[in-house]
Design a binder for this molecule. Structure first.
Ligand code: ZN
Length: 378
C-alpha cells in the first residue's frame, strides 16, 4: 500500500532511481530513434502507438499507449493531472489519433502519473476505466487522504526510521499530495485480473499481474504482436521504487517484487518488444528482469555487511543508494521507504532483528551479530 504523500514518496522522480546497481540493456536493445514529441505519436506495431506525456518531476515523462480498438482507441495509462497533460491529450485526440473516440482506459496501476487523467478521459468519452481491483480500491482510499492532517502513525513510522523534527515537519506539510495529482477518479470501473484474456480490436491481450511496486500492477501481453506493455513493472534505465509505507509498516514488498520478476520471466517469452512507462521501448525482457532482481540482491548483501553493528534506517542509505538522500525531503522519503523494504525482507527471513530505543527509534542488526540483551525488540 502506498502512503498518501505522492511528491515526497516513490514518485519523487516519479518512478524510481537510476538503476546503477542493475545492468541496463545495451544501446542496440532500443529499436526506435528518439522519442515522440508531446502531442505526437509513434507507431510501434500496426494499430499500437507510443505517446509521451510530460511530468512535472525529476523524471519528466511517462509513456502512454493507444491501441486500435475497432471503434476508437483503447488508452493505456494517462499522465498526471495537470493543465499541460489535458492540452497534450486534446492535441493528440484531435490530431494524430484522428478524432476517433476513446473506447476504454486501462490503468496499469494507481500511481498518479498513470491514473491521473483517467477520470478526465472516461468522463469526456463516457467510457469505462479498466483496472485491477486492488489498484482501484487502494487508489480511492489514498485519494481520500488529501485534505487530512498527517496521521500520527505516519509520524511514528518516520521517527522510528531516525528522522529529525525538521524532516517530520516536512512530512506533515507535504502530506496529501497524492490526491491533488489525480483528476476525480471514476466512481465505477471494470475489474481486470491476472491471466484474463481481453480482445482489444483485432488482437487478444493477456493480463499479467506483478506486485511490490504497487499492490496489483497489470501488464498487458499481446502474443500475436509480440508486445508487452509493462507499466512500471519492468523499466529499462531506472529501477522502480519498492517501498514500505506507514499504512503497512511490516509489509515485505521486496519479497513480492523479486517473486514477481521471477514469475514474469517464467510466464512471458523473451522475444517481446517491451513498452515501458518510462524511458524507451526495448528488447531483452528476460535479461532485464534478472538484472533488476540481481540489483536488489546485491543491495541486500551490502546491507548485511553494514548490519554487524546496530544501525538506524537513515544510517543505511549509503549501503543502498549512490546519492545522499538525507538533505532532500523528497529523496529522504523515497530512500526511507526503500531501505525499510530491504530491511523487512531480511527481517521476514530471520536474518535481521530490530530493537526500539526509549525515543521510539528502531535499531537493526544481523541476528548473527552477537548476543541480544535487550528485551524491547520490535
Ligand atoms: Zn508506479
Amino acid at each position: 500500500m502506498k502512503a498518501p504523500d505522492l511528491p515526497s514518496r516513490r514518485h519523487a522522480t516519479p518512478d524510481g532511481r537510476p538503476s546503477a546497481a542493475a545492468t541496463r540493456p545495451p544501446p542496440s536493445a532500443y529499436p526506435f530513434e528518439g522519442v515522440p514529441d508531446t502531442g505526437a505519436v509513434r507507431e510501434v506495431r500496426p494499430g499500437v502507438s507510443w505517446i509521451r506525456m510530460p511530468l512535472p518531476f525529476g523524471l519528466d515523462h511517462i509513456n502512454c499507449y493507444a491501441i486500435d480498438d475497432g471503434d476508437g482507441w483503447a488508452i493505456v495509462d494517462t499522465g498526471v493531472q495537470t493543465a499541460e497533460t489535458a492540452t497534450a491529450w486534446r492535441a493528440l485526440l484531435d490530431g494524430p489519433l484522428g478524432g476517433r473516440p476513446v473506447t476504454r482506459v486501462f490503468a496499469t496501476h494507481m500511481h498518479p502519473d498513470h491514473v491521473g487523467m483517467a477520470g478526465w478521459l472516461t468522463r469526456k468519452f463516457e467510457c469505462r476505466l479498466w483496472m485491477t481491483r486492488l489498484e482501484y480500491l487502494t487508489c480511492r482510499v489514498l485519494v481520500n487522504d488529501t485534505g487530512r492532517e498527517a496521521p500520527e502513525d505516519g509520524v511514528k513510522f518516520y521517527r522510528r526510521a531516525g528522522w529529525d523534527e525538521a524532516a517530520i515537519e516536512q512530512y506533515r506539510a507535504r502530506f496529501g499530495g497524492f490526491g491533488k495529482a489525480i483528476y476525480r477518479l471514476p466512481d465505477s470501473y471494470r475489474r481486470i485480473e491476472h491471466g484474463e484474456r481481453l480482445r482489444i480490436g483485432a488482437h487478444e491481450w493477456t493480463v499479467v499481474v506483478g506486485s511490490g511496486h504497487s499492490p496489483e500492477h497489470a501488464c498487458l501481453h499481446c502474443p500475436s504482436l509480440r508486445l508487452l506493455i509493462s507499466g512500471d513493472q519492468v523499466l529499462p534505465r531506472i529501477s522502480s521504487n519498492v517501498s514500505v509505507f506507514p499504512t503497512e509498516p511490516d509489509a515485505d514488498p521486496l519479497g513480492d517484487w523479486i517473486d514477481s520478476l521471477a514469475r514474469l520471466e517464467r510466464s512471458l517469452p523473451d522475444d517481446v518488444l517491451v513498452l515501458p512507462s518510462h524511458n524507451e521501448p526495448f528488447n531483452g525482457l528476460h535479461a532485464r528482469l534478472r538484472s533488476l532482481a540481481d540489483g536488489h540482491l546485491r543491495g541486500l548483501e551490502r546491507l548485511r555487511r553494514s548490519l554487524a553493528e546496530p544501525k538506524r534506517v537513515i544510517d543505511l542509505f549509503g549501503a543502498l543508494f549512490a546519492r545522499d538522500a538525507r538533505n532532500d525531503a523528497h529523496l529522504l522519503s523515497l530512500a526511507t521507504g526503500e531501505c525499510i523494504a530491504h530491511l523487512n525482507y531480511l527481517k521476514a527471513r530471520g536474518e535481521v532483528k530490530v530493537q526500539t530505543d526509549a525515543s521510539g527509534v528502531a535499531w537493526y542488526r544481523m541476528t548473527t551479530a552477537g548476543p541480544d540483551d535487550d528485551t524491547s525488540a520490535g
